[in-house]
Ligand binder design. Structure first.
Ligand code: AMP
Length: 120
């Protein structure tokens, strides 16, 4: 799937739409999810035009991959989630129910989280 520069996270990264920022560096931006599913629900995005984990892992430069992965760890640490624990998750494609086509990791915490998947 080709990257669409009009997606909402691209617009947030360009500063065209506001966000509740929690962290930013040269590689990543993190902000609170607009529809939180846990007491802490933060999204961490790489600064680069990548649709999904598959796209990013295959095509991003090593410096960005390293910077992004480190940023995710740093955000969890800075939010005080390391000791109590947390969950990271990235939805991809139709079966994964990804709704925004710019790679993002969800970071959940702040309470004992439920089952990993809802059974249907
Ligand atoms: P996904 O379904 O994995 O693609 O996740 C997209 C997430 O982005 C959802 O959890 C939405 O609540 C969240 N979201 C959509 N628009 C915004 C926005 N403008 N600011 C913050 N979070 C958003």
């Amino acid at each position: 799937m080709a990257y669409d520069r009009s997606n909402i996270f691209a617009r947030i990264l360009r500063g065209e739409i506001p966000c509740k920022k929690v962290y930013e560096d040269a590689f990543a931006l993190a902000f609170h999810d607009i529809n939180p599913q846990a007491p802490v629900h933060v999204l961490v995005l790489p600064k680069g035009e990548y649709v999904s984990w598959a796209d990013f892992s295959a095509n991003a430069p090593d410096t960005l991959i390293a910077g992004y992965v480190r940023a995710i760890g740093k955000v969890a640490r800075e939010l005080g989630l390391e000791a109590p624990g947390y969950r990271i998750l990235s939805n991809a494609g139709e079966d994964g129910q990804q709704t925004v086509a710019h790679l993002h990791v969800h970071l959940f915490g702040g309470r004992k989280l439920g089952a990993m998947l809802v059974k249907h």
